[in-house]
Structure formats: structure tokens, C-alpha cells
Design a protein around this ligand. Structure first.
Ligand code: NAP
Length: 283
């Protein structure tokens, strides 16, 4: 029977550490602040933003939300980002993606000051991650690493296979596993014989966006399986990229959805905002 990696438990521990450190900072007159920009009315984005706001309040951060209509122009959005870059109460800026059609995500990401880029999406932060000398790590892949550490799952020397090569999950996930001396393969929609590749994995990370895509025959006996997916099954129920019910009997450890990677993403966002605050205040 596989160990079910409890993302809620690990994320609660990370957030508690952030809360304690924040309380100390507040005693010194410094309160970390996070600004979240949401454009349009995508229901999934609204849920994510609400969860981020709740997490900020729980750890003692100042939390500001900027809810803009879908008709917002690129110019207006960039002006808001620039204003927040200069706002001393705000240490971290996050623009919830995806943006409505017609708005250019790339230029918004690049407009956020790298010092306040708590998502670690800015090219300068991405470059720093590549060379292994960084201030911030992207929240979801870093959350996965925190879970592996918490369960004493060593990466060194292991065959690690990541399914998905997005800039926000797959690519940085591969890089973080490489930093910990895993032997990493990143796969994608053009990978041939995917099953043969995934069956080699000691650690398999699925970040595809397709419900229950990873089936038991794609997984090596005893593998560690990390499910980043946040999908809906045929009944509209939240599920992951992994066919959890069938895969769990084959692996040594697995993350559930919900209650796995999702809560970790927010916990790392809190950690990054705290770090941004400390760096900006030379603490
Ligand atoms: P994305 O940008 O759509 O990337 C999906 C990746 O999967 C692409 O690289 C794509 O390959 C690959 N892919 C698609 N079909 C494939 C196939 N048949 N075989 C192999 N690879 C295939 O998605 P994302 O933003 O990385 O997100 C992935 C999933 O994670 C989604 O379910 C998303 O909701 C979830 N997510 C969760 C969190 C969290 O906090 N838990 C955070 C972020 C994302 P190509 O590059 O060749 O197209």
C-alpha cells in the first residue's frame, strides 16, 4: 500500500513557519504585503485568488486584491503593475493567469519587478533558477520538492520523469530535480513511446492537464508518483492527471488530488512573499 503524501499537512507546516516569522517581523514594524491582480471573471481563477487571500490573512500578511474587468487594456494593466512596483507596502506582486484574450501575459510578467516576482516567472528569475543561484523558486515545482523533502524521498541518483514542459511547471520541475542530482527526462506531447519512458521512472511527475492520463501500466512498481494536475473528471469532479485509484496500488508513494500539490503551491507563495519582504528590508 502506497504512502499517501499529505499536501495539506506539509503545507500547514510551511505556513505555520511563515506565520511565526511574520509575527517576529511585525514586532519590528515590518509586515509582508502581497498584491494579487485578477482580470476578468474566470471562475477557477477566482477560486485560486480567494484561496491566496485566505492564506495571506492566516499568516499575517497584508493582502490586497485588484479585481479588474475583462475590458481592461494592456496599458491600464501595466500602469497598475508599475504602481505596485513602487509601492513600499507591497513586497510581492502576482498576476493571476491566464489573462483574458487580447492581453499579453509575457509583457505583464516582464513588467513585474524581479524583486517582487513571487511567482518566479520573470525571465531574470528563470535564468537565476537555471544557474542554481536564485531568490525565488516557482511555487508549484518548489511545493513538490518540499513534499519530497518532508517525506524523506531522496532524488539523488534517481531516474526522474516529468510529463509536461510548460514554463510554469514542467520545465522548472525538471530543473529542480536536476539540482538535487536526479537524472531527469522531460516528456511532452511529441514524445514517442511515452509509456516506455515513464515506466523507467523512480520519481514520476505528471503536469499535463488531462484527467487520469497516467494509468497503472505507465508506472514502475514502487515508483513515487506526483500529480500536479487539476482537472475535472467525466462527472465534473476535481481529479488529477493520474488515475489515482489504480496507480496507488503499484507505487510506493503518491499525491492525491485534491489535497496534494495544490495546497503546497499556496504555501510556497507565502514563503516567497516573506522572503521578498526580508530581502527588500535587508533583514
Ligand atoms: P500546460 O501549459 O497546458 O502544459 C501541458 C503539458 O503537457 C505540455 O507541455 C504538453 O506538451 C504536455 N502534454 C499534453 N498532452 C500530452 C500527451 N498526450 N503526452 C505527453 N505530454 C502531453 O499545463 P500546465 O500549466 O503545465 O499545467 C498542467 C496541469 O497542472 C494542469 O492540470 C493544471 O491545472 C495543473 N496545475 C496545477 C497547479 C497546482 O497548484 N496544483 C499549478 C499549476 C498547474 P506540449 O508542450 O508538447 O504541448
Amino acid at each position: 500500500m502506497a504512502v499517501i503524501i499529505d499536501g495539506k499537512k506539509v503545507s500547514a507546516e510551511v505556513k505555520e513557519q511563515v506565520r511565526l516569522e511574520t509575527a517576529e517581523l511585525i514586532k519590528k514594524g515590518v509586515q509582508p504585503g502581497l498584491a494579487v491582480i485578477i482580470v476578468g471573471d474566470d471562475p477557477a481563477s477566482r477560486v485560486y485568488v480567494n484561496n491566496k487571500k485566505k492564506a495571506c490573512e492566516a499568516v499575517g500578511f497584508l493582502s490586497r486584491e485588484y479585481a479588474l474587468p475583462a475590458t481592461t487594456t494592456q496599458q491600464e494593466l501595466l500602469e497598475l503593475v508599475n504602481k505596485l512596483n513602487d509601492d513600499e507596502e507591497i513586497n510581492g506582486i502576482l498576476c493571476q493567469l491566464p489573462l483574458p484574450k487580447g492581453l499579453d501575459e509575457k509583457s505583464v510578467i516582464e513588467a513585474i519587478s524581479p524583486l517582487k516576482d513571487v511567482d518566479a516567472f520573470h525571465a531574470s528569475n528563470v535564468g537565476k533558477i537555471m544557474i542554481g543561484d536564485y531568490d525565488f523558486l516557482p511555487c508549484t515545482p518548489a511545493g513538490v520538492m518540499e513534499m519530497l523533502h518532508s517525506y524523506n524521498i531522496a532524488v539523488e541518483g534517481k531516474k526522474c520523469v516529468v510529463i509536461g514542459r510548460s514554463n510554469i511547471v514542467g520545465k522548472p520541475m525538471g530543473m529542480l530535480l536536476l539540482h538535487e542530482n536526479g537524472t531527469v527526462t522531460i516528456t511532452h506531447s511529441r514524445t514517442q513511446n511515452l509509456k516506455e519512458v515513464t515506466r523507467e521512472a523512480d520519481i514520476l511527475v505528471a503536469a499535463i492537464g488531462k484527467p487520469k492520463f497516467v494509468t497503472a501500466d505507465m508506472v514502475k512498481e514502487g515508483a513515487v508518483v506526483i500529480d500536479v494536475g487539476m482537472d475535472r473528471d467525466e462527472n465534473g469532479k476535481l481529479c488529477g492527471d493520474v488515475d489515482f485509484e489504480n496507480v496507488k496500488d503499484k507505487c510506493s508513494a503518491i499525491t492525491p488530488v485534491p489535497g496534494g500539490v495544490g495546497p503546497m503551491t499556496i504555501a510556497v507563495l507565502m514563503k516567497n512573499t516573506l522572503k521578498a519582504c526580508k530581502l527588500q528590508n535587508n533583514l
